[in-house]
Write a protein of this length. Structure first.
Length: 244
């Protein structure tokens, strides 16, 4: 399986830690060259250095049209093209409807939904007519909703709509677009949950455990590969059965 993604050129956003870093690591392990994009340029560079010579780190704000264009141009300049783009960057600002501020609602929508849309647009412009795979990270929160996450759940549901519309638009150009919807995964983001809230959520999972970032990364690697050559417009749940 080492050569599953041999000679493929990939971008992963939000790649300095958590699921994004696990995805970058998995793609590299299967032979891809990977650009790790993160708001924290220093951490992106450090993470890329750990992955070896076939990885580069790029500092970029996924909500910035200029930053995303520059990042895409940098990847094409370095490797001559692009085959895989993974929109993973995200943030949370959880609060009840009564307490959530407009600023926190807009931030979460912008990073997840605007960021994914900008990524899809940049990737599609490069891949159109040449082929490629775009993978957007949604969430089970976008399917079943979570109290205190009206912003996050709305953004992640929006990513599903974005994925399906883009998949229909780009299919005849040879570009596949799919989404992955993780459930409860052990990441720095979920580490901020209280022990009680984490345990309560874990108890709702048929497999009776939280997932690991590498388990999400494996699904992304499959969707990025030629093994998924006839797969587009799908949402793959990586949730241990939660929400089925």
């Amino acid at each position: 399986m080492v050569g599953l993604l041999a000679d493929k050129r990939a971008v992963v956003t939000g790649a300095a830690q958590g699921i994004g870093l696990a995805i970058a690591t998995e793609l590299t392990a299967h032979g891809a060259k990977v650009a790790l994009i993160d708001l924290d340029a220093k951490r992106a560079g450090e993470a890329a250095a750990q992955l070896g010579a076939d990885a580069i780190g790029i500092g970029a704000d996924v909500t910035s049209e200029e930053d995303m264009r520059a990042a895409a141009d940098a990847v094409v300049g370095a490797w001559g093209g692009l085959d895989i783009w993974v929109n993973n960057a995200g943030v949370t600002r959880d609060a009840s409807l009564r307490k959530m501020t407009l600023a926190d609602f807009e931030l979460v929508i912008d990073v997840h939904l605007r960021g994914s849309w900008l990524g899809v647009r940049e990737a599609a412009a490069i891949m159109r007519g040449k082929g490629g795979s775009i993978i957007n990270l949604s969430s089970m929160s976008g399917k079943i909703g979570n109290p205190g996450q009206t912003n996050y759940s709305a953004a992640k549901a929006g990513i599903v709509g974005l994925t399906k519309a883009a998949a229909k638009e780009l299919a005849h150009h040879g570009v596949r677009v799919n989404a992955v919807a993780p459930g409860l995964i052990r990441t720095p983001m979920t580490a901020a949950m209280s022990a009680e809230a984490f345990a309560a959520t874990e108890a709702t999972i048929p497999m009776r455990r939280a997932g690991e970032p590498r388990e999400v990364a494996g699904v992304v690697a499959f969707l990025a590969s030629d093994l998924a050559g006839y797969v587009t417009g799908t949402v793959t749940e990586v949730s241990g059965g939660r929400g089925m």
